[in-house]
Design a protein around this ligand. Sequence first.
Ligand SMILES: [Mg+2]
Length: 283
Amino acid sequence: MTETTSIPALLERYDAFLLDAYGVLVYGQGAIPGAAELIAHLNAIDFPFVVLTNDAGRSPRSIQARLAGMGMTVPLERVVSSGSLLKGHIEERGAQGSRYIILGPEDAHRYAREYGVEPVDWTADPATVRGVVACDDRGFGFLEGVEGALSLLVQRLDAGLEVDLVLPNPDLIYPKDEGRAIGLTSGSIALLIEEALAIRYPDREDLRFTRLGKPHGPIFEEAVRRLGTRNVVMVGDQLQTDIIGGNRFGIDTALVQTGLARWTGEVPSEEHRPTWLVEGLAV
Ligand SMILES: [Mg+2]
């Protein structure tokens, strides 16, 4: 069963925190009430934490600057964004210097370049483009970008060449216009491309995006690697990403009531059940 607890009790129990950003520390354009005080307290008592975010439209440095602008001082090495995992993905494949279509804003192109990728768009010669990194829904025309990337992939595959499909941020949708509207983001783009490739190449089950962000393992692996402990708790506002992700990774999870989700006690499956319920960020 999920028990109600508080931030001070979690500080006693664990060696480090994994803190989601959107819905826990940040909402819309500002800090969530109590978030700046929480970060200041963690810094003051030297309690290890990372900010674990699926944001792949911004570089870790931009995320750090954005938090700083809201009164939260977070060292750069404590920002674990899904976009920053592209570095390890590229290194593992020995793909430094390769060209990839980067679907995302200029900041995503910038960090991809920093990690050794040469960003191109869908007008590049398919023979020279290793794959597609779907970072965000911004920075390109949605339909033009999806069709352009898909067409280039098909040209490559038809020519017998391999493709590398990377999805730092697997989120499908996000609340926009202060919750009045729903936006589609990179996870939805990846699904469209995967479905289209499945129609064209029904025998190729490998034509799937490598998913890096929550709820998938790589982002949690990176967080515990940086913290040097697995006695951590994932503090998040979403069952689908933070809680399922933490549960599958084998760490405890805490659902905070600061974001959009409201805890009813009902969960679709045990995988969705947080270890803890935290009502606010008060320290
Ligand atoms: Mg969130």
